[in-house]
Design a protein around this ligand. Structure first.
Ligand code: ATP
Ligand SMILES: Nc1nc2c(ncn2[C@@H]2O[C@H](COP(=O)(O)O)[C@@H](O)[C@H]2O)c(=O)[nH]1
Length: 188
């Protein structure tokens, strides 16, 4: 198996999804659609951005063994479908996925030599705050996500193999491509 999983971690709003979507759309990395019990945001499509399910459906999938890991973040469950991820690795894909810290640890333990953790961090807290507002975050979500931001930054820095400061987006994209090239010996 020569596939590789690049896991993006970091606080909410740091730009993990934006970076991942860019490389997915350019055909440079494989997307795994994960499961969540939250509702879609405006512009999100079921099956493309997430598999949106009820807590009951999520629980059933987890207990049937369909999810490799599950993580409770910001009052919501998230989980990775095991079949899709194993298939992608067996097909030698370069997978790029955004995850919470606990999920990243689980994947690293399972595929230590085939996974790389990349922390995506904002240039400063003010910019992060503004990006969350620009994304149209609700007062409730802001109250849940913002207070844990600094702890997420600290823990992400400790866990990651690489760090990207997502200031100017084109630069952050170039850095991510460089990391993937280094780890896989593929020129992106
Ligand atoms: N370099 C950048 N410059 C300006 N805006 C950016 C940049 N990167 C991302 N954004 C914007 O910031 C917002 C948050 O980005 P994104 O949704 O990708 O964050 P995230 O890390 O995936 O968050 P979450 O963990 O909540 O899923 C989005 O509106 C996105 O368009
Ligand atoms: N451990 C996992 N974390 C996941 C998964 N899918 C997404 N996530 C992470 O959840 C937060 C919040 O996402 P949002 O879309 O509600 O803003 C973010 O950090 C994602 O990376 C997963 O399958 N497992």
């Amino acid at each position: 198996m020569k596939g590789h999983i690049f896991i993006l971690i970091g606080p909410s709003g740091a730009g993990k999804t934006t970076l991942a979507n860019t490389l997915h759309q350019e055909g440079l990395a494989h997307r795994i659609v994960t499961w969540t019990t939250r509702s879609p945001r405006p512009g999100e499509a079921p099956g493309r951005d997430y598999i949106f399910v009820t807590p009951g459906q999520f629980d059933a999938a987890f207990h049937q063994g369909d999810l490799l890991e599950r993580e409770y973040l910001y009052g919501t469950w998230y989980g990775t479908p095991i079949q899709a991820l194993s298939d992608a690795l067996h097909q030698n894909h370069i997978v790029l996925i955004s995850m919470g810290l606990q999920g990243a640890r689980t994947i690293k333990q399972r595929w230590p030599s085939q996974s790389t953790i990349v922390a995506v961090l904002p240039p400063n807290p003010e910019t992060l705050y503004q990006r969350l507002l620009n994304r149209g975050i609700s007062d409730h979500d802001l109250a849940v996500r913002w207070p844990v931001m600094q702890q997420e930054v600290n823990e992400a820095q400790q866990l990651a193999d690489y760090l990207i400061i997502n200031d100017a987006l084109p630069r952050a994209i170039a850095e991510l491509k460089h990391i993937i090239s280094q780890q896989t010996s593929k020129i992106l």
